[in-house]
Ligand binder design. Structure first.
Ligand code: MN
Length: 448
C-alpha cells in the first residue's frame, strides 16, 4: 500500500476488505458445492527461469490468487480455503541469504487469514491436510503437484463459476480501482508535461512511471507511448529514445496498479495543431456520451454498435469519409479506421475474465457479426467495471486494403494524407455500471 488514501484511512480499507473477502468466500463456497469439491487451493504462481540462466522473468501474481489477497510480490504462496473456516495463507518465505524474504504481513487484510510461513513447497504441502482428494487446485501446475493428491487441477466448471463472479466488483475492488486511476491520472499529467516539453517517447514513459511511483514491472501492462504516426499502431511498444524532427501528437495508453487492481487509461494530445486539438475535443464528447450508456442491464454489444455508429458520424463530419453514417456502418467502412472493440472488463487483469460467458456454468455469448475483436458480450451488472475506449486511426495496412476495394472510393484520401502524421485518437476511461447510471473512475481521478 503506497497510496495516500490507504495511509490516511486504514480502518476504511480493512472494513472494505473484510466485506470483500466475505463475498469471495461466499461465492467460492457456492461454486465449490455446485461442482462437487470441499476445498480450494490457489497458487500465486512462480516466475519462469530464463533458459540456461539463474534469472527469473519478472513475477506477475495469478489473478485467482489476487482476488483473495493483494499480496502481489510473494511468488509460490498459496491460499487454502474450506467453506466455513478462516482461509489459510501459506506464505512462501525462503530461508536464503541471497534474497530478502517477505515478512509476515500486518496490514488491513492480514487478520482475515491464518498465515503460515513456509520456506519451501514441501513445507507448504506439510501445512495442508493429508487427504486432498476433494480439493480443487487453481493455478499453473508445477512438478511436485502430481504427488500432492489434489482432486482436480483447474476444473473447468469451477473455473467458469469463479471467473463469471469476478465481473461485478465489490465496493473494496471499486475503491482499489479508483486508487489505480488516481495513480494513473498522476502519471498521465506528468506524461503530458514531458510531451509539451519536447521529450522523447522514452522520456515520456519515465515521467509516467515516476509520477505513478511504480517500477515498470509493477505496471499492469506495458504502456503504449506513441508520438505522431506511432499512434496508428494499436499495440505500439517501441518507446523511441530519439526525438522526432517535429512533434504532432501523443497517444498514450498507460495505467497504474493498486492492491493488484489495474487502471487502463488512454489520452491523446495535440502538440500545437489547433485543428487536431478540435478533433480531440469533439472525440472526447463522443466518448463521454458512450460512457453515459454504461448502466446495469445494458448489453455491451449495443454499446459497441452505438460506438461504431458514432465514429461513423464523426468520420463523416471530419471529412475523412464521404459515405453517410448508415452506409459506413452497412459496408463496414468504419472498420478501416476503428478496427477494435469499444472496451472490456477491467479488474485484477487488464482484460478481465468472463467477458463473453453466458452464465456462471459457462457457455459463450456470440460477438456481433463483423466485430470479431469484441472482448465483452455480457449484459452489465451492478459493479461491473469496463473500459470505454473508442478510437480511430490511419493504419497503413487497412488503408491499403480499403484502397483496392469499392469502399476505398468513399475515403477522402487527401484528408487522410493530411491527418496521417497525427496517427490517430483514442480516449479511454474506466467506468462502473450502476442502476440507471454510471461512475467514471478516470474522470473522478483526473479532477481529484
Ligand atoms: Mn483497454
Amino acid at each position: 500500500m503506497t497510496s495516500t488514501a490507504a495511509k490516511q484511512n486504514p480502518e476504511s480499507w480493512s472494513t472494505l476488505f473484510a466485506a470483500h473477502l466475505e463475498a469471495v468466500k461466499k461465492r467460492s463456497a457456492v461454486a465449490l458445492s455446485a461442482t462437487g469439491y470441499d476445498a480450494l487451493l490457489v497458487h500465486a504462481g512462480t516466475p519462469p527461469l530464463l533458459f540456461q540462466d539463474d534469472h527469473h522473468l519478472p513475477f506477475k501474481v495469478q489473478a485467482p490468487f489476487k482476488v483473495w489477497t493483494p499480496l502481489t510480490d510473494a511468488p509460490d504462496s498459496f491460499v487454502y480455503f474450506v467453506p466455513g473456516r478462516k482461509p489459510l495463507l501459506l506464505l512462501h518465505a525462503p530461508v536464503d541469504y541471497w534474497h530478502k524474504s517477505p515478512e509476515l504481513p500486518r496490514t488491513y487484510w492480514s487478520d482475515a487469514f491464518d498465515i503460515v510461513s513456509c520456506p519451501d513447497r514441501a513445507a507448504a504441502r506439510g501445512a495442508l491436510p493429508k487427504d486432498m482428494a476433494r480439493t480443487a487446485f487453481i493455478g499453473e501446475p508445477f512438478g511436485e503437484l502430481v504427488s500432492w493428491g489434489v482432486g482436480s487441477i483447474n476444473p473447468e466448471h469451477l473455473m467458469a463459476q469463479l471467473d463469471y463472479s469476478r465481473a461485478a466488483k465489490t465496493p473494496y475492488e471499486v475503491a482499489a480501482l479508483l486508487e489505480a486511476n488516481v495513480l494513473g491520472a498522476r502519471g498521465h499529467a506528468a506524461a503530458e508535461k514531458a510531451f509539451r516539453a519536447g521529450g522523447s517517447e522514452f522520456d515520456i514513459g519515465l515521467a509516467f512511471m515516476a509520477a505513478c511511483g511504480l517500477r515498470e514491472r509493477e505496471l499492469p501492462y506495458n504502456p503504449i507511448i506513441a508520438l505522431n504516426e506511432g499512434g496508428a499502431v494499436l499495440h505500439y511498444q517501441v518507446q523511441m529514445r530519439e526525438k522526432p524532427a517535429r512533434f504532432h501528437s501523443l497517444l498514450i495508453d498507460a495505467g497504474a496498479e493498486f492492491a493488484g487492481y489495474a487502471s487502463d487509461i488512454t489520452r491523446t494530445h495535440s502538440f500545437d495543431n489547433a485543428e487536431f486539438a478540435a478533433l480531440i475535443k469533439r472525440f472526447d464528447e463522443l466518448q463521454l456520451k458512450l460512457c453515459a450508456q454504461v448502466r446495469v442491464g445494458a448489453d455491451w454489444r449495443d454499446i459497441h454498435q452505438s460506438s461504431y455508429r458514432a465514429i461513423s458520424e464523426f468520420l463523416r463530419e471530419a471529412d475523412v469519409i464521404s459515405a453517410s453514417a448508415d452506409e459506413a456502418v452497412d459496408t463496414a467502412l468504419t472498420s478501416v479506421f476503428y478496427p477494435h472493440g469499444i472496451g472490456h472488463l477491467l479488474g485484477l487483469q487488464v482484460h478481465d475474465v468472463g467477458g463473453r460467458q453466458r452464465d456462471p456454468a459457462g457457455g459463450e455469448i456470440e460477438r456481433p457479426y463483423n466485430h470479431p475483436f469484441l472482448r465483452l458480450t455480457r449484459k452489465l451488472e451492478d459493479g461491473c467495471v469496463v473500459t470505454v475506449e473508442p478510437g480511430f486511426y490511419f493504419i497503413d495496412q487497412l488503408l491499403a486494403e480499403a484502397r483496392a476495394k469499392p469502399i476505398g472510393q468513399k475515403i477522402n484520401w487527401a484528408r487522410v494524407e493530411q491527418l496521417k502524421p497525427f496517427g490517430g485518437i483514442r480516449i479511454e476511461d474506466n467506468v462502473v455500471a450502476r442502476v440507471g447510471t454510471h461512475e467514471n473512475l478516470t474522470r473522478m481521478a483526473f479532477s481529484s
